[in-house]
Write a protein that binds this ligand. Structure first.
Ligand SMILES: [Zn+2]
Length: 281
């Protein structure tokens, strides 16, 4: 399963680029078109295909290319000529509609467009920034500060006890009552392994050992990179951080509470991998 997890994000054949290479010039490609509320345009349930920017789009970015041709991202403007059979979808809901490869591209596009919107002005001196021709960056003409797309690393970890039970928690920000692996954002100056240990200590009051890399996933809500780990319980009693966690407990794999469903998130991959290992041991 760990192998499958890494394969799913390694085999896309997508090459990021900021310009269309000569041999693909003029070829039709897929367009990731978002409106200002970050809703994605699908036409007949698919990403629209075109060889050139459609009328009424702004902030056009070449994302790169894959075996199907160039891939672009752009923002839909107010005078966009809305296509017949077009519909907007939320990026999370788009997972059900799109092939996984296209959904990952949509997340990439959403992050680039968010970065573009958020870096129109220099954060150091306040001047308007300019597009950089050679790389994915915006430059300040006054003070030369460069702004690259922002990525916020976060760790997500499944803590297991040697009796086969795993620690799952109902996070306060979850949309309903379900339980998942603990997670948290990486602090400046901290290694990923230190972050795993700190977050588990803060949110659940327990210590971990033997922190092992599991896999990673871009998470475009709005610009996280989720880095998944397995870890072993090493001591302490559960004591939840009430500002973050509603409820947490140790669960055996055959008596699970409601957990993330489906294959969309690394939380689901971690739990599925653990259930498979416990089922087969
Ligand atoms: Zn500046």
């Amino acid at each position: 399963m760990q192998g499958q997890t890494s394969t799913r994000l390694c085999d896309s054949m997508f090459e990021p680029a900021v310009a269309v290479p000569d041999h693909l010039e003029g070829r039709p490609g897929r367009w990731l078109l978002f409106d200002r509320r970050q809703q994605l345009l699908l036409v007949d349930g698919e990403l629209p295909v075109a060889a050139a920017p459609m009328g009424g789009v702004t902030d056009v970015h070449v994302l790169g290319h894959d075996r199907d041709g160039p891939v672009w991202a752009a923002r839909i403007g107010s005078d966009f000529d809305f296509p017949e059979r077009g519909e907007f979808t939320d990026l999370r809901r788009a997972y059900a509609a799109l092939a996984e490869h296209d959904w990952v591209l949509a997340g990439r596009a959403a992050q680039v467009l968010t970065w573009h919107d958020d870096h129109q002005y220099c954060s150091r001196c306040g001047n308007e920034t300019e597009h950089h021709d050679g790389e994915r960056a915006r430059t300040c003409p006054a003070c030369r500060l460069m702004a690259f797309p922002r990525l916020t690393p976060a760790v997500i970890m499944l803590v297991e006890r040697d009796d086969g039970q795993a620690l799952l928690a109902w996070g306060r920000q979850f949309p309903g009552r379900f339980f998942s692996a603990l997670a948290g954002f990486v602090e400046p100056g901290e290694s990923l392994e230190q972050c795993v240990a700190r977050e588990v200590r803060e949110e659940a009051g327990v210590e971990v050992a033997n922190v092992r890399y599991f896999g990673s996933q871009p998470w475009p809500f709005p610009h996280s990179l989720m880095v998944g780990f397995n870890a072993d319980y090493a001591g302490g009693d559960l004591r939840i951080q009430e500002s973050e966690i509603v409820e947490a407990d140790w669960f055996p794999h055959d008596r699970l509470p409601p957990v993330p469903k489906g294959r969309m998130s690394i939380a689901g991959w971690l739990i599925e991998d653990w259930v498979n290992r416990m089922t087969n041991r």
